[in-house]
Design a protein around this ligand. Structure first.
Ligand code: PNW
Length: 447
């Protein structure tokens, strides 16, 4: 038996996002978002599910906070729906929207839970999409104004801010692959979106400093880790391309003020280029206070000239998989974290998401999910290795506190520690909830 201890001041928490849990889509003056539109587009979301009601956290947030408290969470990562704050994106501010998040934040603080606020977890106001969305540079100014509204309204209450959740998903998954809103399949559009989002991030950090906000600000990219299938140079090169496309494309601009040359050259040769204007890269590289890392999966990959623009192919090397069909690849979590330290230095890191979808077995009102526990255990051990290697990880936000609207999969594939009945909204902690509670109480785990 080995014991894996975490530092005494390590912050264990959990995470959710607005569209996935709030529901109340027509209440409190909320405007429509691109996810309302996308979910209503036939064939985009499994079973035609929408976030109209979701977990009804708009009304039941006090129950959510009690679940966090009883679990021993020290912090909660949630996101704000931009269309609740500025319903048409760049028009009037909606006080009722601000009021909802004040109720939530006050409730968290009253229960000793530190709020970590994500400004953008994908619910862009539809009115802005109608004017081009993130493909348009105009959206940058609208975002900064929304962010500023939040900074001013929550001064002194919210100390930790994240500009964007998973820029790769916002750009490539949503505009190249088309699996998420707005559902385009255009590589150049994905590059445009990625660039405007990065500039919006940098402009927001600048504004945060100018306003002298008392707190810290960062960004939360999603990461994946692919190792070469073989020691052949072509496989090594293919994995380097994949890493530059998925991880480096966002990390290099934020930390080094340039896109990865490898990917730039590759895209240019195929006729694609990010729409960089003078000064943009300096703006993007504003120093941040912490880095959020989301990690779920990885594996092995190799060169294949037939495989799309990247000529990279994921090899099914028969790793165990979650019910989401994602490889369970905990060693990649360690690799990502040590890669960040080696390439970008000792910036404080929060793991802003890690978790898994598994079905749970219901038995007399109890929900058993042993595989989720195994997944989490394996990843926390790799995280512990990273800490032992001197990676400056300050906290871990498990995805997700409760079952919720899992984007293109609707309600069919929930990630929660807490089961939600989507008819009655009854919340029931699963075995994994009690397991995590024990990890938090003991400040570590055993293998
Ligand atoms: C992340 N992919 O989404 C999000 O931040 C969460 O909102 C989501 O619920 C969670 O992970 C689980 O999926 C992703 O296709 C969705 O690579 C899809 C991908 C990656 C992340």
């Amino acid at each position: 038996m080995t014991t894996f201890k975490f530092p005494n001041d390590f912050i264990f928490g959990s995470a959710t996002s607005s569209y996935q849990i709030e529901g109340a889509y027509k209440e409190g003056g909320r405007g429509m978002s691109i996810w309302d539109t996308f979910a209503r587009t036939p064939g985009k979301v499994e079973n035609g599910d929408t976030g109209d009601l979701a977990c009804d956290s708009y009304h039941l947030y006090k129950e959510d906070v009690q679940l966090l408290k009883n679990m021993g969470a020290k912090a909660y990562r949630f996101s704000v729906a931009w269309p609740r704050i500025i319903p048409v994106g760049d028009g009037a501010v909606n006080q009722e929207g601000l009021d909802y998040y004040h109720r939530l934040v006050d409730e968290l603080l009253a229960n000793g839970i530190e709020p970590m606020c994500t400004l953008y977890h994908w619910d862009l106001p539809q009115a802005l999409q109608d004017k081009g969305g993130w493909e348009s540079r105009e959206t940058i100014a609208a975002f900064v104004r929304y962010a500023e509204t939040m900074f001013k309204s929550f001064a002194g209450k919210i100390k930790n801010w994240i500009t964007f959740n998973e820029p790769w998903c916002v750009s490539f998954l949503s505009n190249e692959i088309g699996a998420h809103a707005p559902g385009k399949t255009d590589f150049q559009a994905a590059l445009d979106v990625a660039h405007h989002l990065l500039v919006a991030h940098g402009e927001t950090v600048k504004r945060f400093r100018e306003l002298g906000v008392d707190g810290a600000i960062g960004i939360a990219p999603n990461t994946e880790w692919f190792e070469p299938f073989s020691t052949k140079q072509e496989d090594i090169d293919a994995c380097a391309r994949r890493n530059a496309y998925f991880n480096g494309w966002f990390f290099d601009p934020v930390f080094k003020g340039h896109y990865p040359q490898l990917a730039l050259d590759w895209y240019k040769a195929k006729g694609y280029e990010p729409p960089v204007q003078p000064g943009d890269m300096e703006t993007i590289a504003q120093p941040i206070d912490f880095l959020g890392i989301n990690y779920y999966t990885g594996g092995v990959g190799r060169n294949n000239p037939e495989e799309g623009l990247l000529e990279f192919e994921i090899v099914d090397a028969a790793f165990d998989k979650t019910d989401f069909d994602w490889n369970i690849y905990p060693q990649g979590f360690y690799s990502v974290l040590t890669w960040v330290k080696a390439n970008y230095g000792d910036i404080p890191i929060y793991i802003t998401e890690n978790g898994a979808y598994y079905d749970s077995d219901e038995d007399n009102g109890k929900y058993h999910d042993p595989k989720r526990i195994e997944y989490l255990r394996k990843h926390l051990i790799q995280l512990n290795r990273a800490l032992a290697s001197g990676v400056n990880v300050k906290g871990y936000f498990l995805w997700s506190l409760m079952d919720n609207f899992e984007w293109a999969f609707g309600y069919s594939k929930p990630f929660g520690l807490v089961h939600v009945d989507f008819k009655t909204f009854k919340r029931t902690p699963k075995d994994s909830y009690y397991w995590y509670k024990q990890v938090i109480a003991e400040g570590g785990l055993e293998s």
